[in-house]
Design a protein around this ligand. Structure first.
Ligand code: ASP
Length: 343
C-alpha cells in the first residue's frame, strides 16, 4: 500500500535514458516509457510516482534557458499536486540548469532534486538506478508532514548537494560532482543521513511560491590565463549588448597588474558593464584586497563573487538581468546570498 506522497519525475534527457545507435556507435536519447520500463523497482517505492517528459529528450549539451523555463513551468503547473520533484537531466550541464532553477523558483518549499547518471539505465553496471531511486526517496522525505528538503538539490553517487554549489568535476567516475564550499545535505549509506545544519533555514514562514522564467543571456565568462592578450580582452569587453562578465580570476580573486589590463576593465565598468570576480579554483573564494593583485579590482568596484561557483554566478546574473534589477543595485543584490549559493 502506497502512502500519500506524490512525486513527479521530469525527464529531460541525458545518458540515464540513452541507448546505443548501433549504426553510428553514439548514444542517443530514448523515450520516457522505455526508461521507466527499465526500472521495475520503482513499483516497490512507498510513494506515487508520475512521469512527464520533454517532447524530445535531449543531451544536456543542448540545454538553454528556454529549456530551464520549460522545467520551471512543469514545476509551477504541478506544484500544488506533488510533494516533490525529481528532474532527470544529463550530467554535462546539470550544475548550470540546477543552479538556474534554484534562482527561478523563489520561496520554494518543496524538494526539487536533479539527478542523472554516467552510464545508461540499461547498462549492466549502471549508476542510474541508485541515483534515481534514492533521489525519489529524498524527494519523498517528510518530517511531521513537512518536506525535509525545501530547495533545489543535485543527487549523484550517494550524496545530495545544494545544486547551486555544485560543479561537474569528472567525466569518468561515478562521483561526477563536487561541492567544495558547502557540505552535502544528505548522505546515503545504510540510512539516509540528513545533515540538518547544512539545509536552507526553515525559520521564516515561506512567502508564496513564485516562478521567474525570464533569463537574460547578455552575459559572458572569461577565464584568465597567463598570456591573455589585449585584443582578446577588448573583444570580449566590447561585445555589443553585453551586460555582465563573469571573470574567472586566479586563487583568491587575483589578476595581473598590467596597466592596459586594469584600464580596459575600468573603462568597461565606467560604461556600465557589471564584472563579477569569481575564482577559477574549485574550492575557496575571492577575498579582494588580500593581495596587491586584487586591490585594484576592489577599488574599481568589481562585484565580489566570494565563494560562488561559475555555474551559479552565470545563472544568477541571467536571473537578475531577466528580473530587471536596476544597474544601481545590481552589485549589492549580486553580493547577497539569495538561495544559499554563496557565503
Ligand atoms: N552527454 C550527457 C548529457 O549531459 C552526459 C550525461 O548525461 O551524463 O546529456
Amino acid at each position: 500500500m502506497k502512502n500519500g506522497t506524490n512525486i513527479l519525475l521530469i525527464y529531460t534527457g541525458g545518458t540515464i535514458g540513452m541507448v546505443k545507435d548501433y549504426e553510428t556507435g553514439t548514444l542517443k536519447a530514448f523515450n520516457f516509457d522505455e526508461l521507466m520500463s527499465n526500472i521495475p523497482e520503482l513499483n516497490q517505492l512507498d510513494c506515487n510516482i508520475k512521469g512527464m517528459s520533454f517532447e524530445k529528450p535531449i543531451d544536456s549539451s543542448n540545454m538553454n534557458p528556454g529549456h530551464w523555463a520549460e522545467i520551471a513551468t512543469i514545476i509551477e503547473e504541478n506544484y500544488a499536486v506533488y510533494d516533490g520533484f525529481v528532474v532527470l537531466h544529463g550530467s554535462d550541464t546539470m550544475s548550470y540548469s540546477a543552479s538556474a532553477l534554484s534562482f527561478m523558483l523563489e520561496n520554494l518549499a518543496k524538494p526539487v532534486i536533479f539527478t542523472g547518471s554516467q552510464l545508461p539505465i540499461g547498462d549492466l553496471r549502471t549508476d542510474a538506478k541508485e541515483n534515481l531511486i534514492t533521489s525519489i526517496q529524498i524527494a519523498a522525505l517528510k518530517e511531521k508532514g513537512e518536506p525535509v528538503i525545501r530547495e533545489v538539490g543535485l543527487y549523484f553517487e550517494y550524496k545530495l548537494y545544494r545544486a547551486n554549489r555544485t560543479t561537474k568535476i569528472n567525466a569518468e567516475h561515478f562521483e561526477a560532482f563536487a561541492s567544495l564550499n558547502h557540505p552535502p545535505l544528505v548522505e546515503s549509506g545504510v540510512h539516509l543521513n540528513v545533515n540538518y545544519p547544512s539545509l536552507l533555514s526553515k525559520e521564516a514562514l515561506p512567502q508564496p511560491f513564485k516562478v521567474h522564467k525570464k533569463m537574460d543571456n547578455n552575459v559572458a565568462i572569461l577565464k584568465l590565463f597567463p598570456g591573455l592578450n589585449r585584443s582578446v580582452l577588448t573583444s570580449v569587453l566590447g561585445i555589443p549588448g553585453l551586460k555582465v562578465l563573469v571573470l574567472e580570476t586566479y586563487g583568491a580573486g587575483n589578476a595581473p597588474l598590467d596597466d592596459w589590463f586594469l584600464k580596459e576593465l575600468k573603462n568597461a565598468i565606467d560604461k556600465g558593464l557589471h564584472i563579477i570576480n569569481v575564482t577559477q579554483c574549485s574550492g575557496g573564494g575571492v577575498a579582494m584586497g588580500h593581495y596587491e593583485t586584487s586591490e585594484k579590482l576592489k577599488e574599481m568596484q568589481l562585484i565580489n563573487g566570494r565563494d560562488i561557483t561559475t555555474e551559479a554566478a552565470i545563472s544568477k546574473a541571467m536571473y537578475l538581468l531577466g528580473s530587471k534589477v536596476s544597474d544601481k543595485v545590481f552589485k549589492t543584490i549580486f553580493e547577497t546570498s539569495l538561495r544559499g549559493e554563496m557565503l
